[in-house]
Design a protein around this ligand. Sequence first.
Ligand code: NAP
Length: 235
Amino acid sequence: MADKVALVTGATRGIGRAIADQLASEGYVVYYNYRSTIDVVTGDYVKTIKGDIASLEDCSRMIDEIVAAQGKIDVLVNNAGITRDGLLMRMKEEDFDMVINTNLKGVYNMCKAAVKPMMKKRFGKIVNISSVVGITGNAGQCNYAASKAGVIGFSKSLAKEVATRNITVNCVAPGFIQSDMTDELSDEQKQNIMKNIPMQRFGTVEDVAKTVSFLASDNASYITGQVISVDGGMV
Ligand code: NAP
């Protein structure tokens, strides 16, 4: 993979960090995106790049910087995401807007910027991190589930637009993965969730990273517009 260049958004921790580490270990030159601070040792394969995915300007600048330095962008993993949970009755407009602007518009911003250089090279792999709740819905997550369902519709549409240019666009829909995002759940919530996981465990960040690595690889050349759930059989 020595000649392949990847960008992973939200690579400071959790799933994004595991995806970036996995791709770097496979020999991709990986740009670890962060918005405030990141703690990683940079080198030939590990680069860092600052930018807020909710800003189209930042996303365009990041892609321009990578293309200027490497001549191309082969793999884009849209991982960065946030939650602002609450029942609709109590959900503030700003919490709805912030989640949509980050999780869904962020994917638009990054894809909009990356597709042009990918089309030019007639090669690209885009992997968008959705969620099982974008498929099933979840009480208390109208904003988040809408954003993640939106990512699926967006990805399937873009996959059709760019297929002839040898660019694939797929989604990974993680179930419950051990991370800062799920650490916020109470023990009672975790026990209730576990009842619905046939494999009887939360996933690991590596479970997700390896699926992303497959979709980014040549082994997945003829797969596009798909959603792969990594959820221990939940959905
Ligand atoms: P996490 O631990 O909360 O990490 C989220 C990452 O996104 C952080 O690096 C964060 O950066 C970054 N980020 C947030 N907003 C950003 C912005 N505007 N610009 C740039 N970076 C931004 O989350 P996670 O659990 O690893 O989840 C990663 C992805 O998987 C998310 O899209 C999430 O919705 C999805 N997912 C997670 C689970 C799960 O069980 N954990 C399940 C399904 C789907 P900072 O360090 O600056 O905050």
